[in-house]
Ligand binder design. Structure first.
Ligand code: ZN
Ligand code: ZN
Length: 455
């Protein structure tokens, strides 16, 4: 070998070394493998295909529980079990609405969860109010024996900020309308779309069961009703056959990877297994169960047993009042102090753009490490002041369980939320896998790194 060849060889080797990135650590490897994963997406695809809609208390609720238990077992979790959740059963049979009089025509509606039926046909004149606050200010004499229509439209917002403002009409409108002597309540759907799909959702039962029927109009039908009202008095006929039928016992479905170092310390994640009955519950919340179970599965698939226990909870009947979540917090009250952190995915499957934490004393190193791992996914840190880990985490958070929150872009979420249009095609598989990768990172950090050295 000539000197010239030796120099050339050495130079080539040096250049190759410079071009090779530093070797990845386990968290980075798992994150990048998660981006290519198929198992997470196939979970939501198969759940929504084989079970379909799965409203709490329906026959599909039981099928969803059995399906999820079998799938968790198939995925190879160390433990899979069911915990009972009992609640009052509400049933939807049919709902119809039509405009009477000079401009007769049908209207697209859906009964609100928890509504009573009309007992046949109910007719009444519409009284339109701007929003819930306007209803509070309306004298009873204007509302008595009429059908109240709350017309305000929910605004679009990346973080779903319009929901909280608008949803009070659904939550409390019927009780207030009833108190003023109204016969029934119609609201504009709590949704941001312009499709002819009405959005259902639960009324608040905390102040009591409204005894008047309540339903939501699709956005275009609410527009139509406003135009008709601009022409004069409008009378509407409602035929809503829904109601409470009895008691039902469903289950939280729970799966666990037992930690090898600190098995008694739990990282609790999940989504809610129930959906509304209109769509197939792909975004709400098949995606959430699939993302969190899929992220946990990365540790099984790639044989990376975590130090702490990873527990995935498919919560029962979130929609009708966080019923599975409350049952979980109660059944596990004794071990909540060993829940190191908890979080839920329940905002669809849009890309995650930020994360927040609510931890007692996160070290700067830990946060910097999380930032470094999540930055390549386009995710930034917003601070240690998370107010929510997801609806099903509320009962745990109330008992002091620390939180993290991966914030999804929910700009379009309320186009589909609680409608017949919440179906699998609304999930973008690339966005789904970005979620999966981010959750995998969080699991790795909390199961293997968080404060482990200090304890
Ligand atoms: Zn949900
Ligand atoms: Zn929901």
């Amino acid at each position: 070998m000539t000197l010239r060849t030796i120099v050339a060889t050495l130079l080539a080797a040096t250049l190759a070394a410079c071009a090779t990135p530093r070797s990845q650590d386990n968290a980075e490897i798992l994150r990048d493998k998660a981006l290519e994963d198929q198992a997470g997406y196939s979970f939501v695809r198969d759940l929504t295909t084989e079970v379909g809609p799965r409203m709490g208390g329906t026959e599909a609720d039981a099928r969803a529980v059995a399906w999820t238990k079998a799938r968790f077992e198939q995925m190879g979790f160390d433990k899979v079990w069911l915990e009972p959740v009992t609640f009052a059963q509400w049933q939807r049979n049919h709902e119809r609405a039509r405009v009477l009089g000079k401009f007769p025509q049908p209207l697209h509606i859906t009964a609100l969860g928890g509504s009573v039926g009309t007992q046949g046909e109910l007719t009444g004149e519409i009284v339109m109010v701007e929003d819930y606050a306007a209803l509070l200010a309306t004298p009873s004499a204007q509302v008595k024996d009429k059908i109240v229509f709350i017309k305000n439209r929910m605004r679009k917002h990346k973080e779903g900020a319009g929901y909280g403002e608008a949803v009070i009409a659904r939550g409390k409108g019927a009780l207030e309308a009833e108190a003023k002597g109204a016969k029934a309540l119609l609201i504009r759907s709590i949704g941001t779309d312009s499709h002819r799909f009405a959005h259902t959702g639960m009324m608040s039962m905390s102040a009591g069961q409204p005894q008047i029927p309540a339903a939501a109009l699709s956005n275009p039908d609410a527009d139509q009703l406003e135009r008709l009202l601009a022409k004069g008095k409008v009378e509407v006929s409602l035929d809503i056959n829904v109601g409470w039928t009895g008691e039902y016992t469903s289950h939280n479905v729970i799966a666990e990877i037992t930690g090898k170092g600190r098995p008694e310390e739990i990282i609790a994640i999940g989504g809610h297994l129930d959906s509304w009955d209109l769509g197939t519950g792909a975004l709400d919340d098949g995606a959430g169960v699939a993302i969190t179970a899929g992220a946990a599965y990365q540790f099984i698939k790639h044989r990376q047993r975590p130090q702490r226990t990873i527990r995935v909870i498919a919560f029962s009947n979130e929609e009708q009042g966080l019923i599975g979540a409350k049952a979980y917090a109660k059944a596990h009250a004794d071990e909540l102090s060993r829940h190191i952190v908890a979080s839920e995915s329940d905002f669809g499957a849009g890309p995650i753009w930020a994360f927040k934490t609510r931890l007692a004393n996160p070290s700067d190193e830990f946060i910097a490490r999380a930032q470094a791992l999540l930055k390549p996914l386009g995710i930034k840190y917003l601070g240690n002041d998370a107010t929510s880990g997801g609806p099903d985490i509320i009962p745990m958070a109330d008992k002091g369980v620390p939180l993290f929150q991966l914030k999804q872009d929910g700009t379009d979420y309320f186009d589909y939320h609680h409608t017949a249009d919440d179906t699998l095609d609304k999930i973008n598989p690339e966005h789904f896998n970005q979620n999966l990768a981010a959750w995998t990172v969080m699991l790795h950090l909390f199961a293997n790194e968080y404060q482990l050295q200090e304890k």
